[in-house]
Design a protein around this ligand. Structure first.
Ligand SMILES: Nc1ncnc2c1ncn2[C@@H]1O[C@H](COP(=O)(O)OP(=O)(O)OP(=O)(O)O)[C@@H](O)[C@H]1O
Ligand SMILES: [Mg+2]
Length: 266
């Protein structure tokens, strides 16, 4: 099996507190893998260790076969990272933001032009390339940030709650961009989300984290079967494995309709 990410018994302690308590999972090449879990479960801490931003207390991480302990700099070339906090410069245009990253990477003028053009088209931002980021909608900014994270052509794209705060249509557009990238470039995607319909729509497999441990892992269908209730929704699965009641606001109906729409797209 060809794995993009291999995690073995990974742990992170902050003083006496174990934020990540020995987790093991693999992400296959070209797979969309979702990390779910309540606030404080350890998702972001796990991602920070995989992206080499934070050293583990113990355990092993391999990205594209490289051991993170020895090959941190190499691993960073294989990873694109879209953090939770906004990372685009609001005083520049979309094109200028991408150009800035491309120049940092020391790409030639021809490479820069080709890659930026390709990315703007995939992201559906070609028409907005010369507008300032401060005039972009939240969804457009998120898509641009995905673009910034893939200019160096990573094998793995890691996104920490990329669609938080987006309206349903903007969220759907982010999903479509991720799906296009996966299909066209074979990109492996590791994503955290609090939206069950998002996990169900885009993830091949899911790990549900709770208090630093993996409480359950599998395809959405496998996880539903594990609850013993054949009619379980992913919300039920989440509650079953975390004993954590999801907040079910008025948006649930809306988002479940959205799920049906994206299934039609795929
Ligand atoms: N630098 C730190 N120092 C001390 N404790 C930390 C640090 N970073 C995270 N923690 C703690 O570790 C636990 C896991 O945090 P983490 O941010 O990984 O959770 P999460 O699953 O990403 O949650 P959320 O869904 O809210 O983003 C939390 O209890 C958090 O308070
Ligand atoms: Mg987090």
């Amino acid at each position: 099996m060809n794995f993009s990410i291999e995690i073995k018994n990974l742990k992170k302690k902050f003083r006496d507190f174990e934020a990540v308590g020995g987790i093991t999972f693999n992400v296959e090449k070209g797979e969309v893998f979702g990390l779910l879990g309540p606030n404080g479960a350890g998702k972001t801490t796990t991602i920070r260790m995989i992206t080499t931003l934070m050293p583990p207390t113990s355990g092993e991480i391999f990205v594209a076969g490289y051991d993170a302990k020895k090959y941190g700099a190499t691993i960073r070339k294989y990873i694109g990272y879209v953090p939770q906090a906004l990372s685009a410069d609001s005083t520049l245009t979309g094109y200028e933001n991408l150009l800035f990253v491309a120049k940092l990477l020391r790409l030639s003028k021809k490479e820069r032009e080709e890659r930026i053009d390709y990315i703007l088209n995939i992201l559906n931002l070609k028409d907005a390339e010369n507008r300032l980021i401060k005039e972009y909608s939240g969804g457009m900014i998120r898509r641009l940030e995905i673009g910034q994270a893939i200019i160096h052509r990573p094998e793995v794209l890691i996104l920490d709650e990329p669609t938080v705060g987006l309206d349903p249509v903007a969220r759907l557009n982010v999903w479509k961009v991720l799906e296009t990238l996966r299909k066209e470039t074979g990109l492996t995607i590791l994503i955290t989300t609090h939206y069950m319909e998002e996990a169900e729509a885009i993830c091949g497999r899911i790990a549900i984290m709770n208090s630093g441990k993996i409480a359950a892992m599998g395809t959405p269908e496998e996880l539903k079967l594990k609850t013993g209730n054949p009619d379980a929704t992913l919300e039920d699965v989440f509650t079953f494995f975390t004993k954590n009641q999801l907040e079910s606001g008025g948006s649930y109906r809306e988002t479940s309709q959205l799920r049906k729409r994206i299934q039609r797209f795929s």
